[in-house]
Design a protein around this ligand. Sequence first.
Ligand code: Q46
Ligand code: ZN
Length: 312
Amino acid sequence: MNCTKCKTRAVIKLPRHHAAFCKDCFNGFVHDQVAKAVKSQKMFGKEARILVAVSGGKDSLALWDILLKLGYRADALYVNLGIGSYSERSHEKVRRFAEAIAAPLGAALHTHTVEQEEGAGIRELAMLVHRPTCSTCGTIKRYQFNRAAIEHEYDVMATGHNLDDEAARLLGNVLHWQEDYLDKQSPSLPASVEGFAKKVKPLYRLTERELAAYCVLNKIDYIVEECPMAQGAKTLLYKEVLNRLETESPGTKHTFYWGFLDRSRKETGSQATMEQKDRTALHPCQTCGQPTTAEICSYCKLMTRAKTPSVS
Ligand code: Q46
Ligand code: ZN
């Protein structure tokens, strides 16, 4: 099997693109896909200061690497959730990447430690507030990423969501006809209100397999296992189903997700109005000042509940 572009020996085959690539041409392909995503979704310009949300997994570390290689000013934030040895190991991967690859390119790593800042690890906090671990985790991560982006004056926050993540999320939203979520499922969410960072997903054109290959070929050491709390999550089932369809019929995931993006772009008028409505309903939280639709934001409510001793 030879590289479709330069005809030397290929190291990876991409059936959905009817192509095979050698290492250099594959890196070029990955970088092109990210550059196209950034341009077509108007994510950020060359001068923007970007904050990448890193977890130690392949997607977020690949994203940080690609943005730096493309010449962007990208720092990162790692949130240590305090999930035993999983968090220790993922933190170590991020630290090593930051020291060996990011720092020499002038990029910095910020770290937020949940046990230190919120007083307990994510599982203990979830038990204290009687909520599922992942929803507690989502509230804390969203809050801390937005806060870090605003406090350190980043123009945009980037996450490592890939095509598999977005297609699985779309499938879940369609299966349950969650129209509100469908309206907000976009690779680029603007910051139309002060105190709310713009959010982008520059990897939405690349699959999990392509990002894993990018890390392996470029010797980016990442944590292979999923967060232990992800076990049994519906998203994993949707990904499995989409992978079966992809094997039978290459290109299914991108036709599904990009078709959705094309259709929602045609309705941008109504979508922009909805977003506007959503954002204008926001005002500063009375406790912390971050944007919220209620008087007190969900993070402050969560922290108040966690600190209030329960009466049994
Ligand atoms: S990190 Fe957090 Fe995920 Fe782990 S606790 Fe759940 S939400 S599974 S992306
Ligand atoms: Zn608040």
